[in-house]
Design a protein around this ligand. Sequence first.
Ligand code: GCO
Ligand code: MN
Ligand code: MN
Length: 389
Amino acid sequence: MSDSYRPQPEDKFTFGLWTVGNVGRDPFGEPVRAPFSPVEIVRMLADVGAYGVNFHDNDLVPIDATARERDEIVRSFKEALDERGLKAPMATTNLFTDPAFRDGAFTANDPAVRAYAIHKTMRAMDLGVECGATTYVFWGGREGTESDATKSPVDALAWMREALNFLCEYAVDQGYDLRFALEPKPNEPRGDIYFPTVGSMLGFIGTLDRPDMVGLNPEVAHEHMAGLNFTHAVAQAWDAGKLFHIDLNDQNPGRYDQDFRFAAHNLKPAFFLVKLLEEVGYDGPRHFDAHAYRTEDAEGVRDFARGCMRSYLILKEKAQAFAQDEAIQGLLAEAQQASAEFPSYAGGYSRQAAEALREHSFDRGQLASRGLAYEKIDQLLTDLLLGVR
Ligand code: GCO
Ligand code: MN
Ligand code: MN
């Protein structure tokens, strides 16, 4: 591969231990790849040029490890990070694999399960902070139902709030420099998961005791599974000052949760996403929450990781080309031309202005008569993306 798209530290490309470490198990088939140890993953990610590695507590420390084993694992992991210059900017809790969480973690009907979920998260936060994490992700894969006969969604929401409020206080009390990033998903593994979309999560954050500490970790595949426009969702999170982290991958809408390599499937939406992130100046981690096809061996996993970053960088270059393309920008300027007669209304309210506008007589026919040349703009973009421009 050409190295003009070589990842740089400022790109903040990260992968999870669970992503490049995915062994290719699916509901119908056994693993196809031998597991890599966390230290091997750190080395592999350093080789392909990643900035960092993220983890769930049990990706690093097995759930039944003794305290001594834990300390030894953490020591060798941190040593490998230092040796290869990798960061561990994000950590999270596995609240979904253990059968104890079959009815949810923070939203399980059983108060002992809810308490265990908080206990496990506090310890996982300690572990994450010890490895340098400053973002803590909450993905509630089991927080949902198959049948709403089993619990009230209002109770479940209240339990979720209770847990997050408690954990925010814990982080503050410990003096941790940690922000929480909530990750919505509509379904899978539960039939329906609470807080299915970015918008619903944004609404929920406003009801927490420390809303400033809590933001979003939106994921491409999750909004696409719900048939939504991910770029619009990310824009809303950004606008609210809540884009704390992002999970990049790809997904054929309407399918099972595919976790494809970034931009493997929907090139144009991936372009719009990269364009948005670069134009607004998002400077958080760009985390690839995806995994290699089940057909791949260890070399294929590296190809997968390189491909995620390479596609991002190519699309970033395309976004710059879009911004510099005179024909495209000329057409956009025409479509968006400012009006002397109708200035922006942002902050411009006065009774006089309101009365003048209310009494103004608009020529609807004239407003409706103008073609906008969007066909042209979009085809120019297609030409640009397909490399014929
Ligand atoms: C999924 C999720 C997870 C989370 C991860 C980090 O669909 O399984 O995207 O991969 O991102 O658990 O919290
Ligand atoms: Mn996902
Ligand atoms: Mn994710």
